[in-house]
Design a protein around this ligand. Sequence first.
Ligand SMILES: Nc1ncnc2c1ncn2[C@@H]1O[C@H](COP(=O)(O)OP(=O)(O)OP(=O)(O)O)[C@@H](O)[C@H]1O
Length: 790
Amino acid sequence: MNGTEDETGSFLQDGGKKKQLKKESDVLQDFMFLLPFFWPKTKPRLQFLYVGVGLCLVVDRVLNILVPIQLGLITNILSKERATVPWKEIMIFAALRFLDSSGGISAIRRYLWQPLENFTYHEISTAAFNKIMTLSSDFHDEKHSGSLWQTVSRGRSIRHVVDSILFQIGPMIIDLVLAVSVLYYLFDAYMALITAAVFIFYLWSSSKILAKQKDKQRQLISAVEKEYDVLCESTSNWQTISYFNRVDYEKNHYSSAVKNHMNSSMTFTLWSNFESVAQSFLLIGGLTGACFLAAYQVSQGYKSVGSFVMLLSYWAQLSGPLRFFAHGFCNFALDMIDAEELIRLLRREPTVHDRPGAKDLVLNQGEIAFDNVDFSYDGRRTILKDVSFHVHPGETVALVGETGGGKSTILKLISRFYDPESGNVTIDGQDICSVTLDSLRANIGVVPQDPALFHDTILNNIKYANPLATDEEIYDACKAVSLHDKFLAFPDGYQTLVGERGVKLSGGELQRVAIARAIVRDPNIVLLDEATSSVDSNTEMQIQDSLGRLTAGRTTIIIAHRLSTVINADKIIVIDAGKIVEEGPHEDLLKRKGYYYRLWLHQSSLKPSIQSKTRGPRSTGPFSNEARPSGSSPRVGNGIDTVHQISVESDRGSESDDLDTDYEEYNRETNPITSKVFPHIDKESSRVSSLKPDAPEFIPQRLQRTEIPSTAVYGRNTVIKSAKDSVGHEHIGKENRREHAECDHELDANTQFSDAHTVPKRSNIEGTSSTTRLRVATVLGLQRVSNSSK
Ligand SMILES: Nc1ncnc2c1ncn2[C@@H]1O[C@H](COP(=O)(O)OP(=O)(O)OP(=O)(O)O)[C@@H](O)[C@H]1O
């Protein structure tokens, strides 16, 4: 190196060398990291097998020398002037050849090796799986399933690493040293030199080609992963693809991924072939040189013909393994590349784990507290800011607020899917970060926003929550969520396979299965994340009792967008952009006229009662004594009663006047354009169910035509004595419009409390009735449905 001329070049070269060295040391480190997967530390029987394999390898090496020597012997005997048939030598040659063949010592070695390979496969597969299972949410949020499966399956090829070292690289090094020595002994130093030179040059060229191949292998791996990702993404999102009519796009997408894979594969194969050509060329060149030398010595009478034959045989014997040797190196390097991702995965540590000295959670009463909790998923965007609140034992607390505000994140922190960046989450005074994850999660039952099931039977899916649950308990849980009869009506009943992630069940059924799971689990703390958002109003009413039973006496946190479903919560916490902006009971929050009040107004604005200028008699919730399913608990939903919204709205009395006025103002502020330009559209379009404010109202025509029972009790202080339905209309919109004009007279303003339990717990509003036509229509519809379902 011309250091003075080319300082930069020197520096770069040195840098390059360092990089190269670092890479090699990385490979070594990786290999050392993987060693425990190969060595059966606690299994002496398997260790003994390693010894057996080692012995086979030694015998193999010896045979590699003996076979050509024996052939040389036979040739020498035959080349004598009065040659006899060398029976004995031939028999020995045949025996040696047999032992040296794939059916001889190799077969014994393979037999001994198989359990060792299985051991490694088992160790690596389970280590990878266990690691994936123990890694935290941050990993699972980021992971690409297709690539991950590929990583694990490719990484398993690491078991061939030892195979390469033990059966290709190691033996061949011994073979080469022996070959040079034997040839030196049988011929001379020149022959030994030629052989050594060929071998060294062969290995050097292989390593050069291999370096190129590594890059190609990485490209190939990434192309295969890409193909897999597209395959997994497209097949698992088939429905979305179909909805958006993007099947052709996906076909092309996949096709180009496959083409890319094939191109990378071609390039890789090209380099492999180039390696083979170069190596064959070298070997044949070396053999030719050795042959000339040997032939010369034989012709000069220095060596016997047998020596020449032995040389040919020896070269033939060596060239095969020599190729394998190069391949062994190549395979080793490529296997290590394959294993790079797996090693990264295995080295990754979960961000949420049991801390040293973590104790089991001791659950006394189930008090949950957040103290100044800050949280960010990625360290860049703060999701929760200084969140502090207390949930007293047995209380039901509702988290409400704008979507994306951080409500579900709070539940994730309680289940310790993530740890807070600062602040503490405690349960019964114990910081959940210092208790064991198992004991924490064993006490928590979650009904997630988007429940997913295993591709298994309904029964097994519910049993998954509690493997000790009896079939009877599962049936009871399903009865509680109004699914039992439905499941029995399925051709395969509870043995019905639910499809991948439960795709064969409807959204509402899925949610109810999730609730059934929670019931079967019987947890001490219940977290409900929009647990009934996909359930229709009627079913929701039916399962409120079950939710009530699930949450009764247990600390419960419930997330809801429909405020009407949580007005009876002990406390409502309003979250906006990661901060708690208000908290307190429903009425208190309404009185404050703050964020919650506006939210309530907004949702109420979606209800026709507020738009109605003509007020009818007051109505309360549709659960009457008659309408309530038998055996239902009077206070439903542990104070969370979907149907109370009707009661509250209707019971608001004079307050609703304020709300109406406020709504008008609010609507003008929030929707200035629609409220000015399309006042009628604005009001019409916001006509939706009072039970599901976020869903358009739908009152089946047949229900509108049906006679309403003369005395139907809908709530504590409302009795609808006679409610003849209006004439059926062609369209729901039309029906809704007409209801304004038709329903008022059908309601009797003389109301009475028939069921104290359906009154909102904190409703302090008494007195005059105020019921709107559409709400009544809804109530009538619900009543009809529940009557008909009885
Ligand atoms: N795994 C994640 N990684 C990064 N950001 C996330 C992750 N999960 C949620 N977020 C972000 O955190 C914010 C709060 O999400 P979160 O699910 O807690 O909101 P939410 O109030 O429950 O919303 P919604 O009512 O729509 O369910 C959102 O802006 C969301 O984009």
